[in-house]
Each structure stands twice: as structure tokens, then as C-alpha cells.
Design a protein around this ligand. Sequence first.
Ligand SMILES: Cc1ncc(COP(=O)(O)O)c(C=O)c1O
Length: 475
Amino acid sequence: MEHSLYEKIATQVEKQIHNGIFLPGKKIPSVRKLSKQLNVSVATVLQAYSLLEDRGIIKARPQKGYFVQDHIPPKQSSNSNIVKPIENDGSIHTLLRRLLHASQRPDIVQFAAAIPQSPFLPIRQLQRSVGRLMRLEPEICAAYAFTPGSLSLRRQIAIRMLDTGCQLQPDDITITMGCQNGLMLSLQAIAKAGDTIAIESPTYHGVLQVIEVLQMKAIEIPCDSQHGINLNVLEQTLKQWPIKACIVTPDNQNPTGATLNHIARQHLLTLATRHQFTLIEDDVYGELNYNHRREHALKADDQTNSIIYCSSFSKSIAPGFRVGWIVAGKHQAQIEHLAYIQSLAVPTLTQTAITNFLENGAYDRHLRRTRAAYHDNLIRYQAIISQHFPTGTSTSTPTGGFLLWVTLPSDIDAMALHTQALNIGIGILPGVAFSLTNQYPHHFRINYALTWDTKTQDALKQLGKLACQQVPNGY
Ligand SMILES: Cc1ncc(COP(=O)(O)O)c(C=O)c1O
């Protein structure tokens, strides 16, 4: 059915509201301004706004203009049983930039970003290593480490990947500038604009952005904290839509913390073979499992050499070093070609510092310490949340990593909580950042790789207090 112009404008404004561009209680553009911006008549905008009023999304205030309602009804299409490809209209990038930028202010308690606080990173050792390198081998700065990157580092990675069940040669590995770079290269190599990519929902926001910039379509497959991606829904979806690739994080998924069990992994591998889509495996949190015995990576059971495995040292050693890697099987030549064209080489200094850190055995000691510290913090965070947040709040049960997914009662708006928290110096990442279809208006993600001091504890309690204030009758 052809939609009239005013309906299209209403849908566009509604989408911006659901994506958090216009916040609850805040003013939206005046009728005159929007009519100028869109080059349509004032009457058309008025008709669009009156439709949004009827839907309970905005309200008019005499002499003041139009405002977003304090509580917006959930989006009609947010039924998680119905999945369909979403064309990314660019608004997620604008929103994320704003959210992440706001949350990275140095003066705030940093629950928002997925970055461990520096006491959880081996910064001293890296500092010594970089200092020594600059003293003894300054010429490394004058060299290019052309793609596929340092052989010594690839050798170390091949050794470490034995833990994932993958038997690799250094030549199977391509060094990238972080895992994000790996995800981008993977999609560029195997799909084109307009193709449909299945993703977990909620998912890591960087995946949404890569799909957006490559003009692909995302199809969101529900993912829960207990079981990970819902393979029954994925199977149904594969029967309906031509899926080119599926991006999954089998270990400690961001944001739910879910890990796929052995049976689910086998099921996923079977689906990929049967329906001939490429699995892109994001293993960036794989080394942070609390249970030391890992499930095999999907890549370890890759019969057709077609799975693309991406990871990095960002979550466990140094996000600022930008060192990651890809094991791309039959797509490797294409990926290395793209990597070479895009950046020629990978940084020599940080690759060498990480190689030294891996070679001297310090990495395993560091991992043992941080995994235990994150697990302790998880229990502490969950205890505070159960005591200080409104009744009905629940949290995920991560199997590793340092990210907690919090579900608030349905009358609490996580976007409003984000804004209020930021005003008092606390950063959280609201659910809107994890989906293109705003399915998580009452959810947020917090980072528990923070030192457990009174500042962190107080911030968590204050967050709970703010959430309680949003409940109509207190607790
Ligand atoms: C699931 C997931 N994949 C990839 C990345 C990006 O990693 P990197 O910093 O190595 O690019 C992140 C960062 O938050 C992530 O959470």
C-alpha cells in the first residue's frame, strides 16, 4: 500500500524518537522548521504530528510546540517472533556517536564503554616493553609490517588458538587493527550492498555500524543471556530470507554474556552448511571465560574452510594498541587484499610489544587474575542491583567477560535513565544502542571491569536510586 507523505514523515519522526535522537519529554523540531527542512507544506507536517499525537508518541503544548511523551509506547514492530531485514537509515550511527561520546567523558564513572579500567590491563608490563623496544630496536618504527603482519605474533596467536581447538599455521592468520577492523574486512570480502546479514539481538553496536556503512541489511535474531542466539528463529528466518552471513559471538556475547553450548554450536554449523551462508565468528571475549575449559570455537569444526574467525587483544591486553587478527580460511586472500589496500600495514611497535608479552608467559598469569577479579565483581554488582534497583529488575548471568545486561521493569525508560545518570556523572549504555528496532527500551549494559572502590559502589547505588525514582509508586 502506498503511504501518503504525512504518514512517511510521521514514521520518520517516530523512528528518530525510538532511536533516541529525540528523548522523552524533550521538544521535537517545530512544524515550521520541519516543513522547511523537508520542503513540504506546514499542513503536511501538522498532519504528521497529529498522527503521532494519536499514537501517543508526542504531545502538543500550547505556545511551546511539540514534545516527546514522557513514556513512549513500544514500537509496533518490536515483536521478537517476527524477524525481517532492516535497512539501516543511518540514524544508529548518529545516536551511537552521541551516546559513546557522552559516556566517555573522563570525569564520569565509566560503566558505559566495554573497556576494562586500567588496573585490569597489564599497563606496567607494556610500558616497560615499549620503553625497552624504543631503546634497543628503535628501527622498528621505521619499518612497515605489511599485511598479514608480524610472523612472530602470528606464531604466538597460532599457539594460543590451540585452546580454541584450532590447529593453525602462522600463515593462516592475518593481523588486523582490532576486531572491529576484522568484522569490517570480513563483511566486505563476502557480501555486497543490499545483502542481508543475520545478527544477534541485542548485539554489539559496532556490528550495526559496519552493516550500516556497507549499506547491507540486518536481520535481528533474538539472543538471550542463557542460550545465546535463538537457533530455531534463525532456522525459520533462513527459510524465508536469503541470508548471506551470520555474525555470532559464541563466547560471552556482548551485551548478554551468553555462551553457546556444544549442541548449539553443532546446530549452527549444520545450518551454515545446509543454507550456505558464511559464519563470522567474533571471539573477542573468548579468553575471558570464567570456566577455564572453553568450548571449541566454531572455526575449529569448520569442514568447508569458510568460517571467518575474528578476535583481538583489546579486551584482555590493550584496546589502545589496536591489535587483532582474522583466520579467514578460503576468504583469506580476498581479506588480505582488502586489508592491504585499506591500510598497507599494521603497527610495528604495538605488535612487537604484544608478542613479547605473549612469549614471556605473563599473559596467562594476567588472564587468571583478571578472570577471577571480573567474576568477583560480577557477584558484587548483582548483589547491589538486587538490593538497590526497583523490584522486578533482573540481570544477565555472564559466563565470562565483564559486561552485564540489566533489564528494568517495563515502566522504566533506560534512555531517560542514561540521561539522568550522565547528569550526575555516571555513564551507562541504554538498550537502544544494541538493536536497529529499539527492542530494548528498558535495558542497559554496564561494565564491571572497574575497581571495586566506594566510588564505583556509590555510583551503582545512585543508579538504582534514579531507576527507583522513575517507578510511579516508588519501589
Ligand atoms: C563483540 C565485540 N566485537 C568487537 C569489538 C571491537 O573490538 P576491537 O576494539 O578489538 O576493535 C568489540 C568491542 O567492544 C566487541 O564488544
